[in-house]
Write a protein that binds this ligand. Sequence first.
Ligand code: NAD
Length: 435
Amino acid sequence: MKVAVIGTGYVGLVAGACIADMGNDVICVDKNIDKLEQLKQGVIPIYEPGLDELVQSNIEENRLIFSSNIDMAVKTSQICFIAVGTPQEEDGSADLQHVFDVAESIGRAMNGYKVIVNKSTVPVGTAEKVSEIIKENTTYPFDVISNPEFLKQGNAVDDFLHPDRVIIGSNSEKATHIMQELYAPFFRTGNRVIIMDTKSAELTKYASNCFLATKISFMNELANLCEKIGADIEQVRVGMSADPRIGNKFLFPGIGYGGSCFPKDIKALLNTAAENNYDLSIIKAANTVNKKQREIFINKITEKLGDNLSGKTIAVWGLSFKPKTNDMREAPSVTIINNLLEHNAKIKAYDPKAIENAKLYFGNEIEYSENAYSALDGADALLLLTEWNEFRRPDFDRIKSLMKTPLIFDGRNQYNTKSLANLGFTCIQTGITNS
Ligand code: NAD
């Protein structure tokens, strides 16, 4: 099949490469010319396990090409994905300008029946608006599908190639059939395509992200209570997880969620609710708790080290918003480090992949370390902010010999506080009082 993917970011690039890998001809379009030039040279602008090889091999097989020419891409394709960003407006609503710009360009370029697929996360009713914009610019027939994306950064290629489910929001049998054909090779064992109307598909994406964010905030609230009553949230978590109705995912307390999706999608859904005079009180609370969680972590640091951190060196392990990505958007590290800088701390940070992106946030206000251990030299405290695998079982004797004080603020509850206490460390976590 011939496919155009417009917007070559985390979602568009992964989708384009994976769809090409199934034997389709894919043109990935972007308006960022520098990015396209890099991609044409085989340089991948984001870190995503497995993506490099996938893009390379599909370029070599001539199934994947990159272009800034949206007109050509639409004219040569039967299916056009819209995968541009939908950032947050000041009032929290989703900014749909990029989506509407692309819809207009698609409308102008139409030369026959096409399926326009909205992959960006967009508020309910956007498929209808996209449809209106295209209709204003063409007389050719088309259908607009809502096909929200559920990939997880850090595991995006695998998620796209082996999806739990593919949601197709469609009001047209013909377009549904074409989409089923496109996705069929991804489901060799059991078809997990779920067909619904476009509005429900648009809401399913927000509902899923808001639910996951709420799980995290729920656990963080309980963890905070554990600290007050002397219970251990890790033991509570294990007990809860044994119930299959609850499951064991997204129950980890700590410094809360970040990234380009959860915070933005929560605000967009709250906005949609407000516009419709409905108060989504649980989701509002999830957002409030998440913000508070970062403050609580910072307070633990200043309680221990004092309000004025001048003369104190703080080592930071992990800057990206989660492991296996270099994405720093809405990362807890940004709020926490900026706050500690305001308290005059000296920060020495290390991240396996996000240092270059971190420089866009902190410039030369912090020191960047070449490896995990060099960040610890003379440190008064270590903050674990992102649970990369390489931080899981570090050499604690070496850590102790490098630090000025054996003090760890474990923002992801990664370490065993009792074993660390035996080694002479103080390890402060979330929801655990025996540290
Ligand atoms: P991104 O910022 O990484 O990429 C967006 C790309 O679109 C950029 O390269 C930008 O240059 C390009 N673009 C913008 N306007 C354009 C135009 N008019 N023509 C051509 N290209 C244009 O964004 P992303 O993280 O890939 O997210 C895209 C959408 O997918 C968002 O709605 C997001 O909420 C959603 N989503 C993201 C994830 C994720 O994990 N990142 C997961 C699921 C859904």
